[in-house]
Write a protein that binds this ligand. Structure first.
Ligand code: FE2
Length: 312
């Protein structure tokens, strides 16, 4: 095997069990069902706060309302790639959602082996059909074959994908594994799709509800929809493991500043908090897709509090 792929394979063998490995560069982890229920509930409450619909009956009812509100132009906090951006009025529900997500990830067996993650994480929506004008992106559309490192993320990262609401199997991500002649340079300098297809094989795997699919950066992928699929909501977040590869990572400066310890993030609300500062019509300039479009202040609880005692 190619030496780069060999090293990446060894890292995955240290991070995951044989049962979890779908192939040398992709794993499927099943989180605790109890934490999954909390995350589902937190995701629904977050969506309900966006469309101002506290009385939703169930998942189906909420997703229908969300689609309707979006179609009449009421939902304005979504980027062309489907990122749902937290705003001042949804800050509280966003923090609850994040807490549930990081608690779920950190309770899996791979959790303690993780060092950092790219933040802020987002809930994403994928509509049943791609919107033509959204496919023209400064770097690449999620529907194009791509590596996440093309967005400036660490070349040593692992993408965690978790479908949480809606049609998570029909409206999904399609993965491709490298053949023998892989080159690390492809993670940085974009070869053509035709070239990549020649060096990659499609992975026959359809994600199911309750699974976190974990991809090494060398796994090529794209958003993929079966015909007639429904709306889907998911979380994709990039993590770095404590176990490093044999060569230095490539990472863009802005992306390096985004790295946060997931051990801290599992305690959102008690040890730290995201105060999202944008109103509905405000959004950060992403500098052509180089940085996250959310304006926020991140607070951590002071470790040492000095109390002053005053004499009466
Ligand atoms: Fe991606």
């Amino acid at each position: 095997m190619n030496c780069w792929l060999e090293d990446r394979k060894k890292r995955f063998e240290k991070l995951f069990t044989k049962e979890e490995l779908v192939n040398p560069h992709m794993a499927v982890v099943k989180p605790c069902l109890y934490e999954l229920r909390w995350l589902k509930k937190a995701s629904m409450d977050y969506l309900a706060s966006i469309v101002n619909y506290p009385e939703y009956k169930d998942e189906e009812d909420l997703l229908k309302e969300f689609q309707t509100c979006h179609d009449i132009g009421f939902v304005t906090n979504i980027t062309p790639t489907g990122m749902i951006l937290p705003k001042r009025n949804t800050s509280l529900q966003y923090n609850t959602f994040l807490k549930a997500f990081y608690k779920l990830v950190m309770k899996t067996d791979v959790g303690p082996k993780l060092k950092s993650c790219h933040t802020p994480a987002h809930l994403r929506v994928k509509w049943p059909l791609a919107v033509e004008k959204d496919l023209d992106r400064p770097r690449h559309a999620p529907e194009d074959l791509h590596f996440d490192s093309w967005s400036g993320y660490s070349s040593q990262s692992m993408t965690f994908l978790l479908g949480i609401l809606g049609d998570v199997s029909g409206n999904r991500v399609r993965y491709f594994q490298p053949k023998e002649s892989y080159d690390e340079d492809w993670l940085l300098n974009k070869p053509t799709p035709e070239f990549l297809r020649k060096h990659y094989d499609v992975i026959d795997y359809t994600p199911k509800y309750g699974e976190i699919v974990i991809l090494d950066t060398c796994v090529l992928h794209q958003t993929y929809r079966d015909s007639g699929c429904g709306i889907r909501f998911s979380i994709d977040n990039l993590f770095l493991s404590k176990e490093e590869l044999a060569w230095p990572q490539n990472i863009e400066k802005h992306r390096e500043d985004e790295l946060t310890d997931p051990m801290l993030l599992k305690d959102v609300g008690t040890e730290c908090f995201y105060f999202c500062t944008d109103n509905d019509d405000e959004r950060k300039d992403t500098k052509g897709g180089a940085i996250d479009p959310t304006n926020y202040d991140f607070y951590t609880r002071p470790k040492n509090i000095t109390y002053r005692i005053y004499d009466e």
